[in-house]
Design a binder for this molecule. Structure first.
Ligand code: SF4
Ligand code: ZN
Length: 286
Protein backbone atom coordinates (compact mmCIF):
# COMPACT_ATOMS: atom_id res chain seq x y z
CA UNK A 1 0.00 0.00 0.00
CA UNK A 2 1.45 3.35 -1.03
CA UNK A 3 1.18 6.04 1.63
CA UNK A 4 0.93 9.64 0.49
CA UNK A 5 3.34 11.46 2.80
CA UNK A 6 1.68 14.88 3.00
CA UNK A 7 -1.83 13.66 3.71
CA UNK A 8 -0.56 11.06 6.18
CA UNK A 9 1.42 13.71 8.08
CA UNK A 10 -1.65 15.97 8.11
CA UNK A 11 -3.73 13.10 9.57
CA UNK A 12 -1.17 12.39 12.32
CA UNK A 13 -0.84 16.05 13.19
CA UNK A 14 -4.59 16.56 13.31
CA UNK A 15 -5.04 13.50 15.54
CA UNK A 16 -2.40 14.68 18.02
CA UNK A 17 -3.34 18.38 17.97
CA UNK A 18 -7.00 17.43 18.52
CA UNK A 19 -6.08 15.45 21.62
CA UNK A 20 -4.01 18.37 22.93
CA UNK A 21 -6.78 20.93 22.41
CA UNK A 22 -9.79 18.74 23.24
CA UNK A 23 -8.34 17.75 26.62
CA UNK A 24 -6.40 21.01 27.22
CA UNK A 25 -3.15 19.12 27.68
CA UNK A 26 -1.00 22.25 27.44
CA UNK A 27 -1.78 25.72 28.77
CA UNK A 28 -0.19 29.14 28.42
CA UNK A 29 3.16 29.69 30.17
CA UNK A 30 3.65 26.04 31.05
CA UNK A 31 6.91 24.14 30.84
CA UNK A 32 6.61 20.62 29.46
CA UNK A 33 9.10 17.84 30.14
CA UNK A 34 9.08 15.19 27.43
CA UNK A 35 10.24 11.72 28.48
CA UNK A 36 12.30 10.52 25.51
CA UNK A 37 13.45 6.92 25.19
CA UNK A 38 14.59 7.35 21.59
CA UNK A 39 11.89 4.96 20.35
CA UNK A 40 9.24 5.87 17.81
CA UNK A 41 6.53 7.02 20.24
CA UNK A 42 8.63 9.45 22.24
CA UNK A 43 10.32 10.79 19.10
CA UNK A 44 6.94 11.49 17.48
CA UNK A 45 5.82 13.21 20.71
CA UNK A 46 8.94 15.37 20.56
CA UNK A 47 8.30 16.38 16.93
CA UNK A 48 4.57 16.98 17.46
CA UNK A 49 5.02 19.17 20.53
CA UNK A 50 7.68 21.20 18.74
CA UNK A 51 5.31 21.60 15.79
CA UNK A 52 2.47 22.55 18.14
CA UNK A 53 4.75 25.11 19.80
CA UNK A 54 5.51 26.63 16.39
CA UNK A 55 1.91 26.69 15.21
CA UNK A 56 -0.33 27.33 18.20
CA UNK A 57 -1.01 30.60 20.03
CA UNK A 58 -0.19 28.92 23.32
CA UNK A 59 3.16 30.01 24.68
CA UNK A 60 5.00 27.12 26.37
CA UNK A 61 8.51 25.75 26.89
CA UNK A 62 9.82 22.25 26.18
CA UNK A 63 12.58 20.26 27.92
CA UNK A 64 13.42 16.59 27.47
CA UNK A 65 14.82 13.83 29.66
CA UNK A 66 16.13 10.41 28.69
CA UNK A 67 16.43 7.72 31.37
CA UNK A 68 19.40 5.38 30.99
CA UNK A 69 18.38 2.16 32.77
CA UNK A 70 21.75 0.52 32.12
CA UNK A 71 20.85 -2.16 29.57
CA UNK A 72 24.06 -3.05 27.75
CA UNK A 73 23.95 -2.98 23.96
CA UNK A 74 20.43 -1.56 23.92
CA UNK A 75 19.87 1.72 25.69
CA UNK A 76 22.88 3.52 24.18
CA UNK A 77 21.19 3.37 20.73
CA UNK A 78 18.09 5.00 22.19
CA UNK A 79 20.15 7.73 23.81
CA UNK A 80 21.85 8.44 20.46
CA UNK A 81 18.45 8.80 18.81
CA UNK A 82 17.17 11.06 21.62
CA UNK A 83 20.27 13.27 21.34
CA UNK A 84 20.05 13.51 17.51
CA UNK A 85 16.34 14.40 17.47
CA UNK A 86 16.59 16.90 20.34
CA UNK A 87 19.53 18.55 18.60
CA UNK A 88 17.62 18.79 15.33
CA UNK A 89 14.62 20.34 17.10
CA UNK A 90 16.71 22.55 19.38
CA UNK A 91 15.34 21.03 22.60
CA UNK A 92 17.45 20.74 25.79
CA UNK A 93 17.93 17.12 26.83
CA UNK A 94 19.12 15.70 30.16
CA UNK A 95 20.28 12.09 30.29
CA UNK A 96 19.98 10.56 33.77
CA UNK A 97 20.99 7.02 34.67
CA UNK A 98 19.89 4.43 37.22
CA UNK A 99 23.58 4.09 38.04
CA UNK A 100 24.01 7.71 39.12
CA UNK A 101 20.64 7.84 40.88
CA UNK A 102 20.59 4.45 42.64
CA UNK A 103 24.12 3.04 42.35
CA UNK A 104 23.55 0.18 39.91
CA UNK A 105 22.47 -0.53 36.34
CA UNK A 106 19.34 -2.56 35.58
CA UNK A 107 21.72 -5.25 34.28
CA UNK A 108 23.24 -5.56 37.77
CA UNK A 109 19.95 -6.24 39.55
CA UNK A 110 17.51 -7.71 37.04
CA UNK A 111 18.37 -11.29 38.03
CA UNK A 112 16.78 -10.57 41.42
CA UNK A 113 13.29 -10.30 39.88
CA UNK A 114 11.06 -12.50 37.75
CA UNK A 115 10.36 -9.60 35.40
CA UNK A 116 12.99 -6.92 34.72
CA UNK A 117 10.16 -4.52 34.01
CA UNK A 118 9.15 -4.38 37.67
CA UNK A 119 12.27 -2.66 39.10
CA UNK A 120 12.79 -0.84 35.79
CA UNK A 121 9.26 0.63 35.79
CA UNK A 122 9.45 1.73 39.44
CA UNK A 123 12.78 3.51 38.94
CA UNK A 124 11.85 5.05 35.59
CA UNK A 125 8.61 6.56 36.88
CA UNK A 126 10.43 7.84 39.94
CA UNK A 127 13.25 9.51 37.99
CA UNK A 128 10.94 10.97 35.37
CA UNK A 129 8.81 12.67 38.01
CA UNK A 130 11.74 13.82 40.14
CA UNK A 131 13.60 15.29 37.15
CA UNK A 132 10.50 17.09 35.83
CA UNK A 133 9.86 18.52 39.30
CA UNK A 134 13.47 19.66 39.64
CA UNK A 135 13.24 21.39 36.24
CA UNK A 136 10.13 23.29 37.39
CA UNK A 137 7.95 21.58 34.78
CA UNK A 138 4.15 21.75 34.88
CA UNK A 139 3.56 18.62 32.81
CA UNK A 140 5.36 15.43 31.75
CA UNK A 141 4.53 14.39 28.20
CA UNK A 142 4.95 10.69 27.49
CA UNK A 143 4.74 8.79 24.22
CA UNK A 144 1.85 6.52 25.27
CA UNK A 145 -0.19 5.71 22.19
CA UNK A 146 -3.66 4.22 21.81
CA UNK A 147 -2.37 0.63 21.87
CA UNK A 148 -0.40 1.23 25.09
CA UNK A 149 -3.50 2.58 26.75
CA UNK A 150 -5.65 -0.39 25.71
CA UNK A 151 -2.95 -2.78 26.96
CA UNK A 152 -2.82 -1.02 30.34
CA UNK A 153 -6.59 -1.08 30.51
CA UNK A 154 -6.77 -4.84 29.92
CA UNK A 155 -3.87 -5.48 32.31
CA UNK A 156 -5.77 -3.61 35.01
CA UNK A 157 -8.76 -5.87 34.39
CA UNK A 158 -6.52 -8.93 34.45
CA UNK A 159 -5.09 -7.87 37.82
CA UNK A 160 -8.48 -6.81 39.22
CA UNK A 161 -6.96 -3.48 40.19
CA UNK A 162 -9.86 -1.08 39.70
CA UNK A 163 -8.16 1.80 41.53
CA UNK A 164 -5.73 2.09 38.61
CA UNK A 165 -8.62 3.27 36.40
CA UNK A 166 -8.09 6.76 37.79
CA UNK A 167 -4.63 6.71 36.13
CA UNK A 168 -6.06 6.39 32.62
CA UNK A 169 -6.91 9.15 30.23
CA UNK A 170 -4.87 11.74 28.30
CA UNK A 171 -4.11 13.86 31.36
CA UNK A 172 -3.54 12.92 34.98
CA UNK A 173 -4.29 15.58 37.59
CA UNK A 174 -1.83 16.75 40.20
CA UNK A 175 -2.60 14.98 43.46
CA UNK A 176 0.57 15.91 45.33
CA UNK A 177 2.59 19.13 45.13
CA UNK A 178 5.68 17.19 43.96
CA UNK A 179 3.83 15.00 41.52
CA UNK A 180 4.02 16.44 38.02
CA UNK A 181 0.83 15.69 36.02
CA UNK A 182 1.30 13.51 32.96
CA UNK A 183 -0.09 14.15 29.51
CA UNK A 184 -0.34 11.72 26.60
CA UNK A 185 -0.54 13.62 23.28
CA UNK A 186 -0.56 10.34 21.26
CA UNK A 187 -3.42 8.94 23.33
CA UNK A 188 -5.76 8.52 20.34
CA UNK A 189 -3.15 7.50 17.76
CA UNK A 190 -2.74 3.77 16.92
CA UNK A 191 0.78 2.38 17.29
CA UNK A 192 1.01 1.29 13.68
CA UNK A 193 0.48 4.91 12.54
CA UNK A 194 3.34 6.03 14.76
CA UNK A 195 5.55 3.49 12.98
CA UNK A 196 4.37 4.58 9.53
CA UNK A 197 5.04 8.24 10.40
CA UNK A 198 8.67 7.41 11.23
CA UNK A 199 9.14 5.45 8.01
CA UNK A 200 7.55 7.96 5.61
CA UNK A 201 9.52 10.82 7.18
CA UNK A 202 12.79 8.84 7.46
CA UNK A 203 13.11 9.84 11.12
CA UNK A 204 16.11 8.51 13.03
CA UNK A 205 14.71 6.31 15.79
CA UNK A 206 15.78 3.45 17.98
CA UNK A 207 13.59 0.60 16.79
CA UNK A 208 15.01 -2.39 18.66
CA UNK A 209 12.82 -4.18 21.15
CA UNK A 210 14.12 -4.11 24.74
CA UNK A 211 15.85 -7.50 25.27
CA UNK A 212 13.90 -7.95 28.53
CA UNK A 213 10.43 -7.02 27.28
CA UNK A 214 9.51 -10.66 26.58
CA UNK A 215 9.29 -11.23 30.32
CA UNK A 216 6.40 -8.81 30.79
CA UNK A 217 2.64 -9.35 31.01
CA UNK A 218 2.33 -6.29 28.75
CA UNK A 219 4.03 -8.05 25.86
CA UNK A 220 1.64 -11.02 26.21
CA UNK A 221 -1.36 -8.66 26.17
CA UNK A 222 0.13 -6.79 23.19
CA UNK A 223 0.57 -9.98 21.17
CA UNK A 224 -2.96 -11.07 22.08
CA UNK A 225 -4.45 -7.73 20.91
CA UNK A 226 -2.45 -7.75 17.68
CA UNK A 227 -3.70 -11.24 16.90
CA UNK A 228 -7.28 -10.17 17.60
CA UNK A 229 -6.86 -7.14 15.34
CA UNK A 230 -5.47 -9.29 12.52
CA UNK A 231 -8.62 -11.39 12.58
CA UNK A 232 -11.10 -8.63 13.49
CA UNK A 233 -10.08 -5.35 11.92
CA UNK A 234 -11.06 -2.35 14.07
CA UNK A 235 -11.37 -4.27 17.33
CA UNK A 236 -8.68 -2.19 19.05
CA UNK A 237 -10.46 1.06 18.24
CA UNK A 238 -13.65 -0.47 19.52
CA UNK A 239 -12.03 -1.51 22.83
CA UNK A 240 -10.55 1.97 23.11
CA UNK A 241 -13.95 3.62 22.63
CA UNK A 242 -15.49 1.40 25.32
CA UNK A 243 -12.60 2.30 27.54
CA UNK A 244 -13.11 6.04 26.96
CA UNK A 245 -16.69 5.71 28.22
CA UNK A 246 -15.52 3.66 31.19
CA UNK A 247 -12.76 5.98 32.29
CA UNK A 248 -15.26 8.87 32.47
CA UNK A 249 -16.87 7.10 35.40
CA UNK A 250 -16.05 8.72 38.75
CA UNK A 251 -13.38 6.47 40.24
CA UNK A 252 -11.89 7.37 43.56
CA UNK A 253 -8.43 8.95 43.24
CA UNK A 254 -5.60 7.26 45.12
CA UNK A 255 -4.51 9.44 48.06
CA UNK A 256 -0.89 10.58 47.70
CA UNK A 257 1.46 11.09 50.64
CA UNK A 258 5.15 11.99 50.95
CA UNK A 259 7.93 9.40 51.21
CA UNK A 260 9.61 9.67 54.62
CA UNK A 261 12.94 8.58 53.10
CA UNK A 262 13.31 10.67 49.92
CA UNK A 263 10.46 13.22 50.22
CA UNK A 264 9.03 12.29 46.83
CA UNK A 265 5.30 11.69 46.31
CA UNK A 266 3.96 8.19 46.98
CA UNK A 267 0.74 6.38 47.86
CA UNK A 268 2.44 4.58 50.75
CA UNK A 269 5.64 5.57 52.51
CA UNK A 270 8.43 4.57 51.95
CA UNK A 271 7.87 4.97 48.21
CA UNK A 272 8.25 2.05 45.80
CA UNK A 273 11.70 3.23 44.68
CA UNK A 274 13.02 3.46 48.27
CA UNK A 275 11.52 0.05 49.18
CA UNK A 276 13.04 -1.43 46.03
CA UNK A 277 16.47 0.06 46.78
CA UNK A 278 16.38 -1.34 50.33
CA UNK A 279 15.29 -4.75 49.05
CA UNK A 280 17.93 -4.82 46.30
CA UNK A 281 20.70 -3.85 48.74
CA UNK A 282 19.65 -6.71 51.05
CA UNK A 283 19.47 -9.21 48.15
CA UNK A 284 22.86 -8.14 46.80
CA UNK A 285 24.42 -8.85 50.22
CA UNK A 286 23.23 -12.49 50.15
S1 SF4 B 1 10.69 -3.46 28.48
FE1 SF4 B 1 10.81 -3.59 30.71
S2 SF4 B 1 13.00 -3.76 31.16
FE2 SF4 B 1 12.84 -3.03 29.05
S3 SF4 B 1 12.95 -0.79 29.22
FE3 SF4 B 1 10.77 -1.36 29.24
S4 SF4 B 1 10.24 -1.54 31.42
FE4 SF4 B 1 12.49 -1.57 31.25
ZN1 ZN C 1 11.25 7.41 48.55
Amino acid sequence: MKIEKESFNAYVQENVFNTITEYELIKDNQKIMIGVSGGKDSILTLHMLKEYQNRSDINFKIDAVCIDEGIAGYRNHGIDSAIANCKELDIDLEVISFKEAFGYDLDDIRHLYKSSCMPCGVYRRYLLNRTAYEHGCDRIATGHNMDDEIQSFLMTFARNDRNKFSKFGPVLDRIHEKMVPRIKPLWQLPEKDVGIWCVVNAIEIHDEECPYSVTSLRSDVKNFLNKLEEENRGIKRSIFNSFKDTFNLPYEKVKINTCTVCNQPTANSPCNACRLTEEINELLKE
